[in-house]
Design a protein around this ligand. Structure first.
Ligand code: ADP
Ligand code: ADP
Length: 230
């Protein structure tokens, strides 16, 4: 079953007099349980594709369906609700709030979505345990290593039980050992919970661990390979 269906997606940026054709007719279906890596040279449209598929950005033409719903037929309010329900996000720079502890960062999306504080705290601690960081619950980001911060960010992404997690250069700021720990964690969550991941990455050793490797060039998908695992 498809989580994301993109059909003939075009995206154009207008910067004053210059128009940039960032996506030039992308077709892509992402199924539940896949780990999709997107590679390609800088400027080929990887981040743009991720932003459009996750409904953070609008497109010029084509259609995108998330969990069966055409996102162009939804209001901003409905889109926000859809993202909160279906999606988690992970970034190269973790994007944790520095003044909050690990557990406070993880429980924030739950509180925002209306969960009661006691329940939110319980669930946040459970998520931290899942990523092996229950002992660090009361540490602030600055007191954690890069790898630990990214694992907190993963716990936060999981807090609302999304079906798909988008990761833009999730290991871009990590050394190879922490990078592999973060990859192993995402692969385990994929196995255990059928959680779908999409990684934008420059790192071939990361991309090769996905179940599917997509290569982009000049705003188009130029290669789409199923990878053998194990
Ligand atoms: P990648 O992630 O593969 O490096 P991007 O998606 O960031 O590529 O960019 C694709 C193209 O769109 C590039 O030519 C880039 O300069 C351009 N671009 C990206 N974001 C913007 C923006 N906000 N305004 C104008 N042009 C943009
Ligand atoms: P990446 O290669 O990881 O996509 P970039 O350095 O290309 O990162 O882009 C970083 C940010 O700058 C993105 O949010 C992108 O949308 C924006 N951006 C990229 N190119 C342009 C551009 N030509 N004009 C305006 N914004 C841009």
């Amino acid at each position: 079953n498809a989580v994301i269906v993109a059909t003939n997606v075009c995206k154009e940026y207008n910067t004053g007099t210059v128009k940039v054709q960032a996506l030039q007719g992308v077709n892509l279906t992402i199924h539940t349980g896949e780990v999709v890596a997107i590679m390609g040279p800088s400027g080929c449209g990887k981040t743009t594709l991720l932003n459009c598929l996750s409904s953070l950005d609008t497109i010029k033409s084509g259609t995108i369906k998330i969990a069966g719903r055409d996102i162009q037929c939804l209001s901003d309010r409905q889109l926000t609700a859809l993202r909160a329900r279906e999606m988690g996000f992970i970034f190269q720079s973790y994007n944790l709030l520095p003044v909050l502890t690990a557990v406070e960062n993880v429980e924030l999306p739950l509180l925002v979505s209306g969960e009661r504080p006691k329940k939110a705290r319980e669930q946040a601690l459970e998520r931290l345990a899942q990523v092996g960081l229950e002992a660090r619950a009361n540490h602030r980001p600055a007191e954690l290593s890069g790898g630990q911060q990214q694992r907190v960010a993963i716990a936060r992404a999981l807090s609302t039980h999304p079906s798909i997690v988008w990761a833009d250069e999730p290991t871009g700021a990590l050394d190879s050992k922490s990078s592999q720990e973060v990859i192993d964690l995402m692969l385990r969550l994929n196995q255990e919970q059928q959680l779908t991941f999409v990684w934008v990455t420059h790192a071939r050793e990361v991309a090769q661990q996905a179940s599917r490797l997509i290569t982009m060039s000049d705003g188009l998908i130029t290669e789409d390979l199923a990878l053998l695992k194990g």
